[in-house]
Design a protein around this ligand. Structure first.
Ligand SMILES: Nc1ncnc2c1ncn2[C@@H]1O[C@H](COP(=O)(O)OP(=O)(O)OP(=O)(O)O)[C@@H](O)[C@H]1O
Length: 221
């Protein structure tokens, strides 16, 4: 479904990826682990078409991604990928339901249709009653569940989750992971999950370790 082949990327003098290879099958949930600074986020950003490697290739659904121009990559991200980051990154001016509807609106849906599709996510993720709140009026766990709904609402081919529980206490983090995995499975979404927490990685079908910019160890859970 999504693949990095021998990806090399440096930030100036700092090598971040030194020949990273990873292949994720459709519907698979893969956890990317590894020490701080090893290149996990950079690998995720390359897979997601946010960063372009210096060399190597990125493929998604049979298409080469890294050779697309910025516009084509941003359309691909909008239409086929979902994102959840460590701090939710909800748009503070929008209500929770508007945040969830955002990917549909950006994809061209009419506002009433987008909001109608967004609403069931509040029940599903235990957020009923919070639809009109803004991010400042939500707890960290609630905001992260809204971010998860936003990441999945457009039924992306791949959900990229970068430390999605990193800002949460462990119980809240487990609730978010339970919901992430259940929702992704329900709609067959492939998940690339960056985490340094073994307990979070244990939710994945497979764990890989990034060390010194290479995906150099595999652990089957
Ligand atoms: N925008 C940037 N500019 C310069 N250097 C960067 C940038 N982003 C990452 N790096 C460097 O690239 C290397 C890999 O960083 P990356 O964020 O991918 O690691 P990581 O494994 O995700 O780390 P962490 O677990 O701490 O988030 C590090 O040495 C980092 O300092």
């Amino acid at each position: 479904m999504i693949e990095a082949r021998e990806v090399v990327l440096s930030f100036g003098e700092t090598p971040a990826l030194r020949g990273a290879t990873l292949s994720v099958a459709a519907g698979e949930i893969v956890a990317v682990m590894g020490p701080s600074g090893s290149g996990k986020s950079t690998l995720l950003h390359c897979l997601a078409g946010i960063l372009v490697p210096d060399s190597g290739e990125i493929h998604f659904d049979g298409r080469r991604v890294d050779t697309l121009d910025e516009t084509a990559r941003s359309v691909l991200r909008r239409d086929r990928f979902g994102f959840v980051f460590q701090f939710g990154q909800l748009v503070p001016e929008l209500t929770a339901e508007e945040n969830v509807a955002l990917p549909l609106l950006l994809g061209g849906a009419k506002r009433p249709d987008a909001l109608r599709e967004a609403r069931p996510w509040f029940e599903r993720l235990g957020l009923a009653g919070l639809e009109r709140r803004r991010s400042g009026e939500l707890s960290g766990g609630q905001a992260q569940r809204v971010a998860l709904a936003r990441g999945l609402v457009a039924k992306p081919g791949v959900l990229f989750a970068d430390e999605p529980t990193g800002a949460l206490d462990s119980l809240t983090g487990e609730q978010v992971m339970d919901l992430l995995v259940a929702s992704a499975r329900e709609q067959g979404t492939t998940v690339v999950l960056v985490t340094h927490e073994a307990r979070v990685a244990a939710y994945a079908d497979r764990q890989v370790i990034v060390r010194d910019g290479k995906v150099n160890a595999l652990v089957h859970s």
